[in-house]
Design a protein around this ligand. Structure first.
Ligand code: AMP
Length: 284
């Protein structure tokens, strides 16, 4: 596996690969790989001949009081993990080469970015779409694999790809969980043993919501309130949002159907922001 740090070199390799008729799959990440990331890389290998995983802790998508400085990073560790699943290039661009002093462009998707994580993290999705647009242009992929763990991000990227005519197929990959049910996340590395029960309340709250959603006489608001009460029993937890929305529009649902998804964001100990989601009924 080759490590590339220069955007110019990356794009030149991608152009050569395309010239040779090879299909390229991209998995954009911020590193500190776990099984969730690795499953995305395996998926990319299934659908493309050449797999690029990008590793870039993108400052544009972090707010001033967020965890940019403490975000876990270990290039050697991640190199080994990516090589072991057969990634061809680990693309870890230099920060200065990504954003020169005169960088002045912002990619903004309207509507889908306004609620949920967009409301809690102003500017976050602009940071995501701007960096992903750059990564797309640098790696020229045919396929890009994203996790459903970041469900709103996935919807926003799909819309950007459609609106800006990127010739890229976005592939959504299911959430990978620990045996306990906890959705894997690089931020789980911040959790102390004593925070685990609080962190597990997200997936357990979702399981509870699914049970309630099976009974059509229970209103949406009641389901949301039950999940909130369940999560808030843990004093470490501060609910940022619990919403039940349509999977495509991300607009609130009045009633539950096969396109309803529950999305949850919770801060543990006022610092560790975890998200999780699940559709509530089996798809029809
Ligand atoms: P991150 O490094 O957290 O920015 O995530 C990079 C990609 O991995 C995104 O597309 C995420 O949605 C995806 N991802 C993160 N955690 C998981 C997970 N537990 N299961 C599936 N995909 C994930």
């Amino acid at each position: 596996m080759k490590v590339v740090t220069s955007p110019v070199e990356m794009q030149s390799i991608a152009l050569d690969l395309r010239g040779l008729g090879r299909t390229i799959g991209l998995v954009p990440t911020m590193g500190w790989f776990h099984e969730g990331h690795l499953s995305l890389m395996r998926k990319a290998k299934e659908v493309s001949e050449f797999v690029i995983t990008s590793l870039f802790v993108n400052p544009l998508q972090f707010g001033p009081s967020e965890d940019l400085e403490s975000y876990p990073y270990d290039l050697e560790r991640d190199k080994e993990l990516a090589a072991a699943v057969g990634v061809d290039i680990l693309y870890a661009p230099d920060q200065e080469l990504m954003y020169s002093g005169t960088f002045a462009t912002n990619v903004h998707v309207e509507g889908l970015t306004e609620g949920l994580c967009g409301a809690a993290r102003p500017g976050h999705f602009d940071g995501v779409t701007t960096v992903v647009a750059k990564l797309f242009n640098q790696t020229l992929p045919h396929f890009a694999v994203f996790g459903q763990k970041d469900f709103q991000q996935l919807a926003v990227i799909k819309r950007m790809v459609r609106d800006l005519d990127f010739p890229i197929e976005v592939i959504a990959h299911p959430i990978i969980r620990e045996a306990s049910g906890l959705a894997m996340s690089s931020r789980n590395s911040y959790l102390k043993v004593e925070d685990r029960e609080a962190a597990l309340s997200l997936s357990r709250g979702i399981a509870h919501a699914k049970e309630l959603a099976g009974n059509p006489s229970i209103p949406v608001e009641k389901i949301k309130n039950c999940v909130r009460k369940f999560i808030e029993k843990h004093r470490e937890c501060e609910v940022d949002y619990i919403e039940i929305v349509n999977t495509t529009s991300l607009q609130a649902c009045d009633s539950i159907n096969s396109e309803s998804i529950i999305l949850i964001a919770v801060k543990i100990n006022n610092y560790i922001r975890l998200i999780d989601n699940s559709t509530l009924l089996p798809s029809s």
